[in-house]
Design a protein around this ligand. Structure first.
Ligand code: NAD
Length: 268
């Protein structure tokens, strides 16, 4: 049995990953972390997620669980606690699975450094469908070429605090790879006012926030006389959580290094 610790255990994703961990035959919940002062601290994880007591209490630091678990899964908002978790897990030699989005490039660089001695699966979207979509976008961009305008529209629930979504950014990167463009130079995030005509190379990314939308991503390739759209809609968080359940044994078995869902699914 692989013992799983979850940082952000009382959150929307933390709770679904906890449920699927308990349902998976090869995994067990070994620890849960929330911020100091969170109402779940000191409570049994089972009580927090609405199942029978598990005999494991929610604690306020990753330091307190790394000795008891084989892997630390982090889905936190804000993102900073995930960077702290990576530092602690890296020092303790415990692999990680990270789904937190909104980390700065500097934070990702620091995490990569902190985790260099362990395996880590780090993906902005753990859904199998989005992983396949990302491959398709890169391929479509390569085949269609530079004369098709690429625009990405993402929609999420009203509580999401970062924009664009990590997935939209990853899709934009995939399109940029396919077109051999530098996203840093050509990415446009939203438009307003007298923007002038669209430049040839830009890749536009736009964010909608409304209601309880779990996650929708549309990649538009606009040509002359035709438009191609590739769309993914997540109907439930379990699409992400079940991808995490696949990533956990991968992270525990893998050689040290940073991986994403394409590695977990054997797509490269
Ligand atoms: P949420 O707000 O429901 O949950 C986040 C949890 O983190 C909360 O319970 C919060 O209390 C906890 N937290 C805050 N500070 C903490 C600390 N110091 N230590 C431990 N826990 C702490 O958010 P969510 O919808 O579960 O999303 C969490 C993150 O995962 C976001 O960045 C979101 O974008 C990302 N996400 C990624 C995927 C994916 O597939 N990669 C899917 C969904 C969401």
């Amino acid at each position: 049995m692989i013992k799983v610790g979850i940082c952000g255990v009382a959150g929307r994703m933390g709770q679904r990953i906890s449920h699927l961990t308990l349902e998976a035959g090869n995994l067990d919940l070994g620890g849960g972390v929330e911020f100091a002062g969170h109402p779940a601290i000191g409570k049994d994880i089972g009580e927090v997620i609405g199942v029978s007591p598990l005999g494991v209490q929610v604690v306020d630091s990753v330091e307190a669980i790394v000795g008891d678990v084989d892997v630390v899964v982090a889905f936190t908002a804000p993102p900073e606690p995930t960077a702290v978790a990576a530092n602690i897990a890296g020092r303790a030699g415990v692999p990680m699975v990270i789904g937190t989005t909104g980390l700065s490039a500097e934070q990702v660089e620091a995490m990569t450094h902190d985790l260099k001695a362990v395996a880590c699966v780090f993906a902005p979207n753990f859904s199998v469908g989005v992983t396949v979509l990302t491959q398709l976008v890169e391929e479509a961009a390569r085949i269609l070429g530079g004369d098709y305008d690429v625009e990405i529209v993402e929609a999420h629930h009203r509580f999401k605090t970062d924009a664009p979504s990590g997935t939209a950014y990853a899709l934009a990167q995939a399109a940029a790879r396919g077109l051999e463009r530098d996203l840093q130079a050509v990415g446009i995030y939203g438009r307003y006012g007298d923007t002038g005509a669209r430049t040839h190379d830009e890749i536009g990314v736009h964010a909608v926030r409304a209601g309880d939308i779990v996650g929708e991503h549309t990649v538009v390739f606009g040509g002359i006389g035709e438009t191609i759209e590739l769309v993914h809609r997540a109907q439930s968080r379990d699409t992400f959580a079940s991808g995490v359940i696949r990533a956990i044994p991968f992270a525990v078995a893998a050689e040290p290094g940073m991986y994403d869902m394409r590695d977990v699914l054997g797509l490269r």
